[in-house]
Design a protein around this ligand. Structure first.
Ligand SMILES: NC(=O)CC[C@H](N)C(=O)O
Length: 235
């Protein structure tokens, strides 16, 4: 599968994603600058982490207006797999491609740690290979990761099973202690209605090899390879 990693001024996870796809998955991947608009040569998109436009106004609030975002929207609307990681998740919520918002962490501090998340939805291209209840150990690094949605949206997300990842303890229990940022319902990642667009705050691309602390992230990134047939039939 051909992967695109969309890069904005201030992205810092773009090369991590590039390495994870190249070294971890052995798949073709290109960095795509935010001014580009032609994404037709790609099968899936990764919006990486970082501080696009310095996180000015709000994280992701300026990047959503970048020229590439109209093409990202069209790609998503055509059913293509899109993964927003950390700042990428923030950009996708700002763009309205995912519901809710990412607020300042409850601690008001930048949180950098390894956490556990539980897969609660295996119907997305990014979790297809993972049984619900699978626990992954992934790193987080963010100051604005507290997932928020209004009551009606939250109720709908839960009812439709669109919470994809949830912060849990090592045994898979949803506890306040396992929640690193005060996210509602311990939400670490959600998907759109169709399930092809997923955003999460933890960094799967920074966990693609045991040499760098863990390889659970590869399980998320590689799941999309199973969606290859669907992508091929789309183009
Ligand atoms: N690692 C990142 O993507 C950082 C995300 C974001 N800029 C924040 O601090 O909340």
């Amino acid at each position: 599968m051909r992967f695109a990693v969309i890069t904005f001024p201030g992205s810092n996870g773009d090369h991590d994603a590039l390495m994870a796809i190249q070294m971890g998955l052995g798949q073709p991947v290109e960095l795509v600058w935010h001014t580009e608009t032609d994404l037709s040569r790609f099968d899936c998109l990764i919006i990486p982490g970082g501080f696009s436009y310095g996180d000015y106004l709000r994280a992701g609030a300026i990047a959503r207006f970048a020229p590439v975002m109209e093409s990202v929207r069209a790609f998503a609307e055509a059913g293509g797999p899109v993964l927003g990681i950390c700042n990428g998740f923030q950009i996708l919520t700002e763009a309205g491609l995912l519901p809710g918002a990412l607020l300042r962490n409850a601690s008001l501090s930048f949180e950098c740690a390894w956490v556990h998340v539980r897969v609660d939805n295996d119907r997305t291209p990014w979790t297809r290979a993972l049984a619900p209840g699978t626990i992954l150990r992934l790193p987080i690094a963010h100051g604005e990761g507290r997932y928020y949605a209004d009551d009606a949206t939250l109720e709908r997300l839960e009812r439709e099973g669109r919470v994809v990842f949830r912060y849990v303890d090592a045994d898979g229990r949803v506890t306040p202690e396992a929640n690193p940022n005060g996210s509602l319902n311990n939400i670490a990642g959600v998907c759109n209605e169709r399930g092809n667009v997923v955003g999460l705050m933890p960094h799967p691309e920074r966990a693609y090899d045991r040499l760098i602390g863990g390889d659970d992230g590869l399980r998320v990134l590689s799941a999309v390879l199973r969606a290859g047939v669907a992508a091929a039939s789309r183009s």
